[in-house]
Design a protein around this ligand. Structure first.
Ligand SMILES: [Zn+2]
Length: 206
C-alpha cells in the first residue's frame, strides 16, 4: 500500500456536516448498493473531459461496460470471489472512529497501512499513475468504488456500532440495520416516490 496522504486530525464531523448540507440540497444523499454506486459513477463520468473519458475506456477495455458506472460495484462483487482471494480488501471500504470523536486521527483510526478507506484512496490514486494496464485497471475500479463509499455517511462512522450495523430498526417496510437502510432502501424510496422509479431521471436531477 502507498504512503499516507492525509494530515492528522481530519474533521469527521466537518465531513458529516458537509454531507448533511449536501443531502439537504438533493433531499436524500445517494446510497450505496449497486444502484447508488452506479449513479455516482454515471455522474462522475459526465464530469470527465473527452480526453479523460478516452483514457478511462482504454484502461477498462477488458470490462464489459468500460465506464465509471459500469465498474463502480466491482469492489463489492469480488468480495465472494472463488478464483481470487480479495478478503484483504474488506477493510478498505470504510473507516471508523471513536464515537463522537469529531475528528479522524490516522495513528488511532487507521493505524496500519492498508487498514482503512483513507489509505486505500491515497494508495489507488498513486497506483493509477503506474504505467501498467492491469495495475491501472484494478486501481481505477477500487478508487471509483471507494470514493463512492466514503460518501455514504456510515462508511465514515463510529467503531462502537460498527458504522450503524449494530443499530437495527424499521422504516417504511424495511427491517434491518441503519447501515443497510442507507445502502439502498432510502435511495430506492426516493426514486420510486419522486422519480417514477426511474434512476435515470434521478441522475439527471442530481
Ligand atoms: Zn464498498
Amino acid at each position: 500500500m502507498g504512503p499516507r496522504a492525509l494530515s492528522s486530525q481530519r474533521s469527521v464531523c466537518g465531513h458529516m456536516k458537509w454531507l448533511v448540507s449536501f443531502s439537504a440540497l438533493i433531499s436524500v444523499v445517494m446510497s450505496w448498493g449497486p444502484l447508488g454506486h452506479s449513479l455516482i459513477g454515471s455522474i462522475a463520468q459526465t464530469r470527465l473531459t473527452p480526453r479523460a473519458q478516452h483514457k478511462v475506456r482504454q484502461i477498462l477495455s477488458e470490462s464489459r461496460d468500460p465506464t465509471l458506472a459500469g465498474i463502480a460495484s466491482w469492489a463489492d462483487q469480488i468480495k465472494g470471489s472463488r478464483t481470487v482471494d480479495y478478503s484483504w480488501a474488506a477493510q478498505l471500504h470504510f473507516v471508523n472512529t471513536k464515537s463522537w470523536a469529531c475528528k479522524f486521527t490516522p495513528v488511532v483510526d487507521c493505524p496500519k497501512l492498508g487498514s482503512c478507506v483513507v489509505d486505500a484512496i491515497a494508495n489507488y490514486s498513486q497506483r493509477l499513475a503506474i504505467n501498467d494496464k492491469q495495475v491501472q485497471s484494478e486501481a481505477l475500479k477500487f478508487l471509483v468504488h471507494f470514493v463512492g463509499d466514503v460518501h455514504q455517511p456510515l462508511h465514515v462512522a463510529f467503531k462502537d456500532d460498527r458504522g450503524g450495523n449494530n443499530l437495527r430498526g424499521n422504516w417504511a417496510g424495511f427491517r434491518g440495520s441503519l447501515h443497510a437502510l442507507w445502502d439502498a432502501p432510502l435511495l430506492r424510496k426516493r426514486i420510486d416516490v419522486d422519480f417514477q422509479g426511474r434512476p435515470v431521471s434521478y441522475e439527471k436531477y442530481l
